[in-house]
Design a protein around this ligand. Structure first.
Ligand SMILES: Nc1ncnc2c1ncn2[C@@H]1O[C@H](COP(=O)(O)OP(=O)(O)OP(=O)(O)O)[C@@H](O)[C@H]1O
Ligand SMILES: [Mg+2]
Length: 182
């Protein structure tokens, strides 16, 4: 393995270890959990504003804008697509959304948990060749399936994990030290 690849793998493993562990408030990590209900309206805006408030004074610049966009897309997906598992659904009940923020000096993780065990459809690679886009009319460009693609473009990584007892969390990670593996 060449040195660049070895360094990349080491950084990914380090990021994974931090994502997997709950941040220790006495050390350098910070954690925030926010619970929303999809039917309450304005949930994407609340998630965006909470993201800014959580990062205020710690992280500046593009990461804040990108994180606001990512959380908006992930929360919007729960509102638009999540159908709670039968064991979790209550007649007339609201769908629960749990947003988790984990902040370390080198990484910022956002997790959006819902009660639907169906995985998100994460795009594999580029849906459209960038050279072709200019030639295409708007009519043939997709008008859905863009949110996760955009999130993949702005975050260092996007993935999902199943939850014990049903549901899932969709995660994304922002690297705060300017290192982007793309
Ligand atoms: N939280 C979720 N629960 C269930 N399915 C999801 C969830 N998030 C995404 N999906 C599935 O993944 C697909 C892709 O999501 P994506 O955000 O990329 O596109 P979209 O929401 O369909 O459209 P757009 O974001 O462009 O308005 C969705 O159409 C949906 O089938
Ligand atoms: Mg979407």
């Amino acid at each position: 393995m060449d040195a660049g690849k070895a360094e990349y793998v080491a950084r990914e493993l380090e990021a994974y270890a931090h994502w997997f562990a709950a941040p220790d408030p006495s050390a350098s990590g910070h954690l925030l959990a926010l619970t929303l209900f999809a039917e309450c309206g304005d949930v994407a805006r609340i998630a965006r504003d909470t993201t800014s408030a959580f990062l205020r004074g710690v992280v500046t610049g593009d990461v804040v804008y990108d994180a606001r966009l990512a959380v908006s897309e992930l929360v919007g997906n729960v509102v638009n697509h999540a159908v709670p598992d039968r064991s979790r659904s209550r007649p007339g009940g609201c769908r629960r959304i749990d947003v988790t923020y984990k902040l370390y000096p080198k990484w910022f993780f956002i997790g959006v948990k819902d009660e639907d065990s169906t995985p998100p459809l994460l795009p594999m690679g580029d849906a459209l060749c960038p050279e072709l886009v200019g030639e295409l009319t708007e009519a043939v460009l997709p008008d859905s399936g863009r949110g996760l693609m955009i999130t993949q473009q702005i975050a260092a990584a996007v993935w999902w994990t199943p939850e014990e007892g049903g549901g899932k969390t969709v995660w994304c990670r922002f690297d705060l030290d300017g290192y982007r593996p793309r």
